[in-house]
Ligand binder design. Structure first.
Ligand code: NAP
Length: 287
């Protein structure tokens, strides 16, 4: 009996694959082209999005922090997935961003989307009370985690001649106090506000700017947050979906926000956190 339905199931799968491929194909049949910023290893949230977009036919370039060790780690990962276009870029350096934009312009002429998945905070600032944050820790975190979106948008929006989509990654700590997230929460608040202002500036060019707010996922950056395992445990036990957010959860929503499926969406923060953002204070039993 099951065999009778197999052709139907197969044709549905084929249809779905064709449909998804069309998401990253332009009307002239050529692939959409985009830049992914923030892959450092297989666990990176940006890597999940990279794999999905690549499977769906997008042509991708990856930027990486200019460092030999980082390149040695990322190049084999990217090449195994069939991605050969790697461009160094330190988002804390305007010349480095300009050089990356020039490389993309020379290679492709124009681009269709950008994923910004970059954040940095000094280790100490994520392990002591927020009130003790130094000026230097505050400025470096805001610079790399928030201003870098403005700087890369400045450099790359001129390459989006047919409109485009810019997506950044954020976290609930932008609007609510999350233990140990500290200065990174302040940086994410600036990042989310930047998304709204950039969206307002670029809308007339049909360039959309959005943020995806992910639940906690074990990555290299996340492992720098004090007591991150407690954050994961609390999340799993309390959120409506009662499970952790996965790299695949983020990838699916990332593909939506970077494709024309979300063509009417700009300036928004889209939550992919199992519903964590709807929760209010959790009552505890009286002693
Ligand atoms: P990740 O794999 O460690 O990615 C962070 C990336 O930022 C790395 O590729 C890192 O490069 C890059 N970076 C830092 N400083 C840079 C600079 N000056 N120039 C260029 N690149 C720089 O961790 P992730 O968790 O996937 O983080 C990606 C984004 O998701 C971040 O914005 C993060 O805040 C956000 N997010 C993460 C979670 C989570 O729980 N994991 C939840 C919500 C939002 P190198 O390491 O190679 O130097």
């Amino acid at each position: 009996m099951v065999y009778l339905f197999l052709p139907l199931v197969n044709s549905c799968v084929e249809w779905y694959k064709r449909f998804m491929k069309e998401l990253f194909t332009k009307p002239d049949g050529t692939p959409k082209r985009g830049l992914i910023m923030g892959v450092t290893n297989k666990r990176s949230l940006a890597w999940g999005i990279t794999k999905l977009l690549h499977e769906q036919g997008a042509e991708l370039a990856l930027s990486y922090f200019p460092n030999e060790a980082v390149e040695k780690r990322i190049r084999p990962l990217a090449e195994d997935a069939g991605i050969n276009n790697l461009i160094p870029c330190d988002v804390g350096d305007d010349d480095s961003i300009a050089a990356m934009a020039n490389t993309l312009k020379e290679q492709w002429g124009n681009i269709d989307f950008v994923l910004h998945a970059i954040a940095f905070a000094d280790h100490d600032a994520l392990h002591k009370p927020f009130v003790e944050t130094s000026r230097e820790q505050f400025l470096s975190s805001l610079d790399i985690s928030a201003y870098s979106l403005v700087a890369t948008t400045q450099a790359l929006a001129p390459l989006m001649v047919n409109g485009g989509s810019i997506l950044t990654l954020t976290y609930l700590g932008a609007t609510q106090v999350v233990p140990n997230y500290n200065v990174m929460g302040v940086a994410k608040a600036a990042l989310e506000a930047s998304v709204r202002y950039l969206a307002a500036d670029l809308g007339t060019q049909n360039i959309r700017v959005n943020a995806l707010s992910a639940g906690p996922v074990k990555t290299l950056a996340a492992s720098g947050i004090g007591d991150f395992s407690s954050m994961l445990n609390y999340h799993k036990q309390t959120v409506p979906l009662k499970r952790l957010t996965s790299q695949d959860d983020v990838a699916g929503a990332g593909a939506y926000l970077l494709s024309d499926l979300s063509q009417g969406v700009s300036g928004t923060v889209h939550f992919v956190d199992g519903g964590a953002h709807v929760l209010g204070p959790t009552p505890v039993a009286a002693e």
